[in-house]
Design a protein around this ligand. Sequence first.
Ligand SMILES: Nc1ncnc2c1ncn2[C@@H]1O[C@H](COP(=O)(O)OP(=O)(O)OP(=O)(O)O)[C@@H](O)[C@H]1O
Length: 469
Amino acid sequence: MIEAVGLTKRYGDKTAVYNLSFQVRPGAVTGFLGPNGSGKSTTMRMILGLDNPTSGSVTIGGHPYRRLPNAPRQVGALLDAKAVHGGRSARNHLLSLAQLSGIPARRVDEVLGVVGLQDVAKKRSKGFSLGMGQRLGIAAALLGDPQVLLFDEPVNGLDPEGILWVRNLMRALAAEGRTVFVSSHLMSEMALTADHLIVIGRGQLLADMSVRDFISANSADFARVRTPDTDPELREKLTSALTEAGGHVMPEQDGALRVTGLPLPRISDLAHETDVRLWELSPHQASLEEAYMRMTQGSVDYRSTIDQKAGLQQPLPPGAQPPMPVPGQGQPGWYAPPPPQQGGQPFAPAAYGGAPAGAYGAPGAGTANPYAQQPAQPQQPAQAHQPAQVPQPAQAQPSAPVPAPAAPAPAAPQTPVGSPAPQQASADAAPAAPQAPAAGKQTAAADAAPAAAAASAATATPTQPEDAR
Ligand SMILES: Nc1ncnc2c1ncn2[C@@H]1O[C@H](COP(=O)(O)OP(=O)(O)OP(=O)(O)O)[C@@H](O)[C@H]1O
């Protein structure tokens, strides 16, 4: 179990993490969510002993990482997949990590197979795509068969098959009783992968609850009502009747109505009484993304502005109107989930069918390796959001966001890990790191542990303390 108590980290006058307390329990996938710059990576680095807390503490199995007996064999992590020595082959990279911790070479080949890189094992990693690099980082995290795993944006750059594979991997690892802590900006993915969520905003805890509770607490159920497209008057008539009855009606871009405040039978009765035919009346629960937007909208530091294209466009002629928003492409200030079955509601994992095969439940074991033919297409990680709004009044948040500290310093943190390799300073630290971090990837944290990279991936020790689980 990972336990943070009053964890605070300041960089000069920038408070990256403030008074954060939470537990990450074994046997579940715990998602770690928060807007850009909210402190997720900083928190993970403190968990791994790469940054010292300004105050508070964080332990794994009751010990700070640096005092964990044989830490590399208990904790695996993927923090920065790009931080590898590009001149080394994937196999040699893993081999060097394995040798540090006495892991047999055959384990290297095992994890290469688990992540689907066996066919490119001898290729230099500098030629790897983003997704292939992520797979290599995940392989390094798995190398030691650790009980505690941390993944910072593990699906970044993975293709759909890779995303599905990571989802199954995380769930399989948790099902084996391991502690799995994973950050992601992909809400739809988190909804399918995580059991529990820890949400932070501006370094402070916003929520610590199950995914189901999080969605219930931060969204309102609503009904979707559609009247015949052929008769717009019916829509107006029904809107008036529903509003008079105390309902809250919002038009959706495709012409349907989103109704809150009235139960479905009442909506049906009102439609009947006003002689309005319905083409649809369906119950809906908001998605995790919508609930997340609602919770974190007050904690977003970096927001897009409208691109005015100053001096680059002809002004509109007098009397001309700017183009209307295109249905389905969104419009500022309005966030409506897509219609059901088109991404608005998470697909049930069972929909993917079939038990995953292979180690850690990796699907497609034994199938052709896509990397032997062509690299994976990187995909956009987090989307740049317009400030999202949902048509419900904001819910009370469990805690107020941290008062905005000093001017934003969006410098991305760098980690010295090429593998999961958190550094270790204790006397029982693993030998010095065999890998030279990629250029520019040296630790930026002045208080990072001295170099003695303990590959987070190391063989499982038969004497792992139970409390490390
Ligand atoms: N070494 C550092 N020195 C100074 N400021 C830092 C350092 N590391 C992080 N910060 C700042 O701390 C804040 C939290 O950063 P962090 O990288 O932990 O956020 P994050 O939630 O991981 O963001 P993202 O989702 O964009 O990866 C940011 O404002 C960042 O600029």
